[in-house]
Design a protein around this ligand. Structure first.
Ligand code: DAH
Length: 348
């Protein structure tokens, strides 16, 4: 009978050292299984003297019950432990993943589109890989014209078109002017086109891929005051009420008359002075911002429009330049915008 007590003690020790449900199943089989310790004891009951057998049998049954109960108790303890270990505490703060931000130029594109949609301009997109014809000839810049040197161009290796010449990476968004006239066919036209442009320059104020935003307005009575009014509206919306614009005479092949557009410096607000010294940003009070003018009759003709019937203005701003002039953004080198430096980019 002592062996039964010893067996129970051993079982209890083994039971308390189980840590998983698998341990428990193994232990259960080794005691209660068909060939387990307890069944073996019952099978061998014949070896017990007859007068002790009844009591011995009852003791084995008690042992079996004790083992079963203890196994069940232990199982519920282990189940509870497992449950607590895998439970998710929904009140804990989650893991914070770094999230990206839009590029500053993307923000500018969105803002410009919003500003111009308020005054009825639609946004168009024109090819980034463009024909020479739309980039130059249609803009009154024939092949032999020296002005073509002003715009250094990336040419694309590829078949030439008899009608349109070579393929180029669009050096400016002005190519969209004639495309838009041909697309619409009959004015009025109020269009903006914001796109990527390419020129082989790389320094503090130039990157080889940059963005321009072109605006074109064609109708029967369009004049310079419409151009100036639209530029003023845009400058105040985009840069702020305290900024002014001016037109300065210039030359472009595709506009006559032509202008350069200046805006008052955001640092000295047009005075040219800051803290008793010359303003370090502009030196003169003005910053050069864009090219503009009244669309040349030859350009209207290339777009299939009668220059005696229609007049038009056009302008183009460099987006990266604009971003550098926006108040609060002080950039000494344009190239950082395309450096992929997340510390810089995530500020916008
Ligand atoms: N296409 C010119 C450039 O890239 C900018 C420009 C000047 C566009 C005058 C215009 C304009 O629409 O009227 O330098």
């Amino acid at each position: 009978m002592d062996d039964i007590q010893t067996l129970l003690n051993t079982f209890q020790e083994q039971l308390s050292s189980t840590t998983t449900l698998t341990d428990l199943t193994v232990l259960e089989t080794s005691y209660l299984g068909r060939n387990g310790t307890i069944n073996n004891k019952l099978k061998n009951i014949g070896a017990i003297p007859p007068e002790e057998r009844k009591q011995y049998g009852a003791a084995i049954n008690d042992l079996k019950k004790a083992v079963e109960t203890a196994l069940l108790d232990r199982k519920s303890v282990l189940l509870k432990e497992k449950d607590t270990a895998t439970k998710i505490d929904v009140t804990l703060p989650g893991t914070a993943y770094p999230h990206g931000s839009l590029h500053m130029v993307t923000y500018a594109v969105e803002e410009i589109s919003r500003i111009f949609s308020k005054i009825g301009f639609i946004r168009m997109t024109y090819p980034e890989v463009e024909w020479e014809h739309f980039s130059f000839e249609a803009l009154n810049i024939p092949k032999t014209h020296p002005a073509r040197d002003d715009v250094e161009t990336f040419f694309v290796d590829g078949p030439e078109s008899e009608q349109y010449g070579k393929m180029v990476l669009s050096p400016h968004t002005s190519s969209g002017q004639v495309r838009e006239m041909l697309r619409v066919g009959k004015p009025p036209i109020r269009m903006i086109s914001i796109g990527k442009c390419y020129r082989p320059n790389w320094d503090v104020t130039h990157v080889p891929m940059f963005h321009q935003f072109e605006a074109l307005c064609v109708d029967t009575t369009i004049n310079i005051t419409n151009l100036k009014g639209t530029i003023d509206y845009f400058v105040k919306e985009f840069f702020g009420e305290n900024r002014e614009s001016r037109l300065r005479p210039h030359h472009f092949q595709f506009t006559e008359p032509s202008f350069e557009v200046d805006i008052t410096c955001g640092e000295c607000l047009g005075t040219g002075e800051k803290n008793g010294a010359k303003c370090r940003v502009c030196k003169s009070g003005w910053l050069e911002l864009a090219g503009a003018g009244m669309v040349h009759p030859n350009v209207l003709k290339a777009g299939g429009l009668d220059p005696d019937k229609y007049t038009a203005w056009a302008f183009a701003f460099g987006l990266e330049r604009m971003m550098m002039m926006k108040e609060g953004i002080k950039l000494s080198d344009m190239r950082i915008m395309y450096s992929g430096d997340v510390k810089f980019l995530e500020q916008f």
